[in-house]
Design a protein around this ligand. Structure first.
Ligand code: GUN
Length: 294
């Protein structure tokens, strides 16, 4: 079997077109949606992510001012900046790109973002509301994007065994939570595996749907995948490649060529989950602006 590709880029562009329509509608009614994407320091990957988020906003008609702060900003200055954004009526969504440079305290920064503007869904209030099944709470963009990909290929997780590899607060933990909820496009039996799991292959082969967010290049090999599984690869890893101009290329956490011969559907890297994260963030921004407009 050769798996079909899940074209996240195409699906995300459809969502971004819907977002652009909503943004225009809100703007015409007097509320232009605004997102502050805060970059602290000069981490190259974070710079790329924030640039992509801002560009996507501009294309969708969402106001996205430059918010680049120095790596040596103090904790209290950063909290003050977040507070200013909380009070800024032109800003409906705030995201602080993670990871923050040392020694900044991420948890305290997340706590300072007003939950109504927390389009990342990282504030403990939104995490708690999500865990208790409140569908109005902001859901983190990558897990929401994964659920949307499953929807768009008509793969209903209901009753299926979903294996999640990786327990991060940004991806693994919330996606396990969302897909196990008593909700449409969820209702799965979920196993959350992680770096201390014994025999990852044995667990991986249980998954009708395998979601991998472990942060190690080519970690999942074909023998770890159930034949016919839907494989969602969240990893973005740089590996040296002297044949490329930049000297590296991006690969996922899944050994793509081999696993493609076992799975029924698979996300490519890049072009799978990554574009969905941005699209869902924009959707959350529209939701936030819509509430302010209401
Ligand atoms: N770092 C990696 N993923 C994310 C994300 O979804 N949001 C933010 N703010 N930082 C991240």
């Amino acid at each position: 079997m050769t798996a079909e590709l899940i074209d996240g880029k195409q699906i995300a562009s459809e969502i971004r077109a819907e977002v652009a329509e909503s943004a225009l509608d809100l703007t015409e009614r007097g509320t232009r949606p605004g997102l502050a994407a805060v970059l602290v320091g000069d981490d190259p990957a974070s710079q790329v992510y924030v640039r992509m988020k801002k560009r996507a906003c501009e294309e969708a008609g969402i106001y996205a001012p430059d918010m680049h702060l120095p790596a040596d900003i103090s904790q209290s200055e950063l909290l003050d900046r977040v507070e200013q954004l909380n009070e800024d009526p032109k800003i409906h969504g705030i995201l602080v790109q993670l990871p923050l440079p040392d020694p900044l305290d991420e948890a305290e920064v997340m706590l300072r973002v007003r939950p109504e503007k927390d389009v990342d869904g990282f504030h403990p209030v939104n995490v708690g509301r999500m865990v208790s099944g409140d569908m109005d709470a902001f859901r983190p963009a990558t897990p929401a994007g994964i659920q949307e990909l499953l929807k768009r290929i008509d793969c209903d997780p209901q009753g299926k065994h979903v294996v999640v590899m990786g327990r991060s607060n940004i991806v693994g933990r919330p996606v396990a939570e969302i897909l196990s909820q008593k909700q449409p496009w969820a209702n799965a039996t979920v196993t959350l595996a992680h770096s201390r799991t014994h025999d990852m292959g044995e667990i991986g082969r249980l998954g009708d749907i395998l979601i991998v967010a472990i942060g190690r290049a080519d970690f999942v090999t074909p023998d770890m995948v159930k034949p016919g599984a839907v494989v969602i690869d969240v990893g973005v890893n740089r590996v040296d490649d002297p044949t490329r101009e930049k000297g590296y290329r991006l690969v996922g956490d899944v050994e793509f060529d081999g696993v493609r011969e076992v799975a029924s559907w698979i996300t490519p890297v890049p072009g799978g989950v990554g574009p969905m994260t941005i699209a869902m963030l924009l959707k959350n921004t529209i939701k936030a602006a819509g509430r302010f407009a209401a």
